[in-house]
Design a protein around this ligand. Structure first.
Ligand code: HEC
Length: 151
């Protein structure tokens, strides 16, 4: 865990920035301030997946296995399936978020962190900003398939 201290410390500066810039006032109706996101983006996140992905198809075991490899190589440093670590536990993420939200977070974490209120809320608990890792669309879908198998 010690090797993570350095990467955790740096984004904290960025975090102060986000926290200071984000305090818009509620509008006249007392509603939450408009954050510039579409209803789709609110639910499904911001990124390359602009059409909601559904999980109606049965799990594809080969795809899930590929996803497990990508997960072990790129995600396990920060995520566990059954408890919080550097980032949230991901075994039950599909209870909290739509599949498309998960995909957009995997492929576009920086913009998600900068613009999505749900991710900004997570920053209170997990002050590290999830880094961009150049995960392809195919790999992201494979990770999603893997997360379905452990869900
Ligand atoms: C360097 C640490 C790090 C790595 C590597 C990382 N993440 Fe994250 N992840 C985070 C943090 C921290 C958060 C919380 C949001 C934030 O602060 O950006 C997060 C949030 C998430 C979320 C949203 C969880 C929720 O409850 O909404 C998902 C999904 C996710 N990560 C998936 C992945 C996947 C899949 C990978 C591998 C491709 C990955 N992450 C790699 C640190 C990391």
């Amino acid at each position: 865990m010690h090797h993570l201290t350095r990467i955790v410390a740096l984004p904290l500066c960025a975090l102060v920035f986000i926290a200071c810039g984000g305090d818009a006032e509620p509008d006249a109706n007392g509603d939450e301030p408009s954050n510039g996101l579409t209803a789709f983006e609110e639910e499904h996140g911001i990124g390359p997946f602009t059409v909601a992905v559904t999980l109606e198809d049965p799990i594809d075991p080969e795809k899930a296995e590929m996803g497990q490899h990508v997960f072990e190589a790129n995600c396990e440093a920060c995520h566990m399936l059954d408890e919080s670590f550097v980032g949230p536990e991901l075994g039950t993420v599909l209870d909290r978020r739509s599949p498309t939200f998960v995909l957009n977070m995997i492929m576009n974490p920086e913009e998600m962190t900068r613009r999505h209120p749900v991710v900004q809320e997570m920053l209170r608990e997990y002050p590290l900003i999830m880094p961009y890792q150049n995960i392809s669309e195919e790999e992201a879908l494979a990770i999603l398939e893997y997360l379905r198998t452990v869900h």
